[in-house]
Design a protein around this ligand. Sequence first.
Ligand SMILES: Nc1ncnc2c1ncn2[C@@H]1O[C@H](COP(=O)(O)OP(=O)(O)OP(=O)(O)O)[C@@H](O)[C@H]1O
Ligand SMILES: [Mg+2]
Ligand SMILES: [Zn+2]
Length: 368
Amino acid sequence: MDSNIVLYRKYRPKNFNEVIGQSHIVQTLQNSLKTNSISHAYLFCGPRGSGKTTFARILAKAVNCQDLKSGEPCNKCDSCQEIMASKSLDLMEIDAASHTGVDDVRALTDGLRFAPVKSKYKVFIIDECHQLSKSAANALLKTLEEPPDHAIFILATTEAHKMIPTIISRCQRFDFRRLHAKELIKKLEIILKKEGIKYEETILSLIALNARGSFRDAESLLDKCISFTSKDKFISLKEVKELLGIVEVGQISEFINLIVRQNAKDAVIKLNLLVEEGIDLQEFSKTLIFYLRQCLLLKINKDLVNSEESGFSDDEIKKMEEQISSLREGELQKILELFIEAENKLKYTTIPQLPLELAIIDITHKES
Ligand SMILES: Nc1ncnc2c1ncn2[C@@H]1O[C@H](COP(=O)(O)OP(=O)(O)OP(=O)(O)O)[C@@H](O)[C@H]1O
Ligand SMILES: [Mg+2]
Ligand SMILES: [Zn+2]
């Protein structure tokens, strides 16, 4: 029956105890719920797919739950049920990305004057709140200066630096961090088990690598795998690679080897071979940059890289180290910068591999 629901919605945690990672945030929020010391404004900052919306909804349930136990919403009372069915009149969610105007904020804050319909609090979740227009942000600020007792604001953003500081200073701020590979894998395992799907173990780290710290991306990659393999309920490594145009560490590593050896010709050939095999160049460059960043961290200090966080195995990390042993920190930095530049240009060229080819030439020439 729910086979059509995308994984990230189906497996969105409904409670704090279903959440993986972000334990510093869970603890602080639960403590304040237990001691009933709730703020009127929260700011959730952090990268894509790190749990901001998830936490906002759990918190919204918790503050109005009629049977709150050790800081967890019950998910059974009227209030929890209504929120889960998106029918609650006391929870308003707006996506500032599509409702940027002052009227939208006004409509929202107008609702503020009225006490909650059934619950203790009226909760306003404003997603992507850095996208509010200037006048809308000012209207919001006014409200935050004197919020009525029954109002709670939860602002979520991927780009806190774009928000006006006076709003930020009125909120209790929580910084969500990018997830470690180990945490992403834990969630993937839970989903695969619940869906009754068998798989080759290596697909987990491959998906985690390509999700680069986002639960949302990890889940949507897995979603694609599952829909491709719906018949035999088995996901093989080969399928994941073929179907998703996903990038493997081995491919990146070989490519870097050629770059380090300043072999422009073979690097360009390798790149074009990958393109012919149907690799997604956007994905390739993202993973390439992710890999090079780990290399740079390794160069700065070995302790900065470990397999649990990065998702690279100890062997892969060792290989990386050997690979970059002949490079100086500054050279590595330059390579990274050139590939970042190339990534930014990818969208705008008609020959998709061209920016990367130019970067290869730039790098191999500079080095000589
Ligand atoms: N801490 C977590 N533990 C387990 N699953 C999580 C966690 N955080 C996120 N997820 C999963 O990832 C999905 C996306 O998370 P969520 O919508 O909360 O991210 P977000 O930070 O709001 O991202 P965006 O900036 O893209 O809106 C959720 O539906 C859930 O399945
Ligand atoms: Mg969100
Ligand atoms: Zn409840």
